[in-house]
Design a binder for this molecule. Structure first.
Ligand SMILES: [Zn+2]
Length: 473
């Protein structure tokens, strides 16, 4: 067990990115150690100092981006107000209280200054993680997974760690791909703790995933995780995170039904939803899988339940027919940038249309029912969370002293070479709020936030209870 403070210090020391240092010409300026002050989720402060031996420093910038795995970085440049001179104090504070900022978001930053003669000095990029400093975290970790929890017994984290390890092992067997970045599972004890770092309050979400950071944040109110949460939710979320790393290609996004189907298939305890699919097949009311590529909709609970059930059913059929190796080939084809039809033909020997007709037939549906428009073939909606506005001041937070950390000094060298300006990418801005999904995949895929939240809600209430209650009505 390691205390949070130790983890943070180690993270800061080990994650420096010295090898990517940009060296421009000979020496002439020296940057002092950067002090990073984290006050999560309000702000993160950076302070340094630069000394020039030649002409005075007249311009300074703080440059940073969020380190998204496998995704294009969007760099933010902030011009700093300085007093020109040969000794210049550098300060930048990123205010994050009004945005949704994922705890432990990795941030890569550097300082850049220009002297009166136009020479440019820059520090090497350095990486920190925006840790949640509000609590005294306990951790359990290895190279693949990091579990963080607080104010709960050691056994709480141990159980999650063990299940997460099994889930990761299963994903490795399934896809034959190693994780590129570790998966981090952060457990909050109540909704207030969780909502405090969101720009809008979520009133019934059970958790979120942020695949580009390898992070899932979960809410567990009880002192011990129950078997269902451990064996269904944890593997489900890990599958989303793993799949992102195994399959991510911005040119070839996974259909939502496939993503959700694999996540459910990966659960150690599964909802028995097959009766929903069989009934829909019998009544010619299956939603075509091709209508579930971009999302499950957000307004019709019955449709969303059926969509999840179909996703699991279709992946189960796929594995029964083509084996887990067929599923692995399919994911590899998406990773290689194939379209859905190309990927299905390459991996399984059938196009998407044939696959879904075969699946419908396997369920007992008339083959032609999958090509006939049904009342279910509604357009899907990109959801907008329309939850209550969150007032950060309304939620009490435990008082915490800002955590001060020190980063070894960086030296910079001088050059008259003009600075290069990377072209900003069209990806979300560095300070954009992260959008939740039962994965946070919305930046990658237009996925249904509300559908997923609904799923969590359904799970909380117990799916069967809801269904039988509705049948009774
Ligand atoms: Zn999911």
């Amino acid at each position: 067990m390691k205390r949070f403070a130790i983890l943070l210090t180690i993270s800061l020391l080990l994650l420096l990115i010295g090898k990517d240092q940009i060296v421009w010409g000979g020496g002439g300026a020296t940057f002092a150690t950067t002090n990073v002050t984290i006050n999560f989720p309000e702000s993160i402060g950076f302070e340094s100092h630069v000394s020039s031996t030649d002409s005075p420093i007249v311009k300074a910038q703080f440059i940073y981006y969020l380190d998204r795995y496998g995704a294009a970085d969007s760099t933010t440049r902030k011009h700093l107000a300085i007093t020109p001179g040969q000794e210049v104090a550098l300060r930048y504070t990123w205010e994050t209280s009004d945005i949704t900022i994922t705890p432990w978001t990795p941030i890569v930053y550097r300082w850049r200054v220009t002297d009166a003669q136009g020479n440019v000095y820059e520090t090497p990029p350095q990486r920190i993680e925006y840790a949640d400093t509000r609590f005294d975290w306990l951790t359990r970790q290895n190279q693949q997974v990091i579990v963080l929890w607080h104010d709960k017994p050691q056994v709480f984290g141990d159980k999650i760690f063990d299940i997460a390890g099994k889930a990761i092992e299963k994903q490795q067997q399934l896809f034959g791909v190693q994780l590129g970045i570790p998966i981090r599972i952060i457990v909050y004890n109540n909704l207030d703790e969780f909502n405090a770092w969101h720009s809008v309050a979520l009133d019934w979400v059970g958790g979120e995933a942020f695949p580009e950071f390898g992070i899932t944040t979960q809410i567990v109110t009880s002192p011990f995780p129950d078997d269902y949460w451990l064996n269904a939710v944890v593997p489900h979320e890990i599958a989303h995170l793993y799949l992102y790393q195994a399959a991510y290609n911005p040119a070839a996004p996974l259909p939502v039904w496939l993503n959700e189907g694999i996540a459910q298939y990966s659960e150690f305890i599964k909802d028995d939803s097959s009766f929903l699919v069989k009934e829909a097949a019998k009544n010619r009311a299956l939603i075509p899988l091709t209508s579930l590529a971009d999302g499950f909709g957000q307004h019709d609970e019955t449709r969303i339940r059926l969509a999840y059930a179909e996703a699991l059913s279709a992946v189960t059929y796929l594995v029964n027919t083509y084996g887990e190796s067929g599923l692995a080939r399919l994911i590899a084809a998406y990773k290689a940038g194939k379209t859905t039809d190309e990927a299905f033909v390459e991996a399984l020997g059938v196009d998407m249309g044939t696959f879904q007709q075969d699946w419908a037939e396997w369920l007992g549906a008339p083959r032609e029912s999958m090509v006939t428009p049904t009342p279910w073939a509604l357009p899907t909606f990109r959801p907008t969370p329309t939850l209550m506005t969150f007032n950060t001041k309304a939620t009490p937070r435990p008082p915490v002293a800002p955590t001060k950390t020190t980063i070894p000094p960086a030296t910079a060298t001088i050059s008259a070479t003009p600075t290069f300006t990377p072209t900003p990418t069209p990806s979300p801005p560095a300070n954009a709020p992260s959008i939740p999904f039962c994965g946070g995949l919305l930046w990658v895929l237009p996925l249904p936030i509300a559908a997923v939240m609904l799923r969590h809600q359904i799970r909380r209430k117990n799916l069967r209870t809801i269904l039988s209650a509705e049948e009774d009505v």
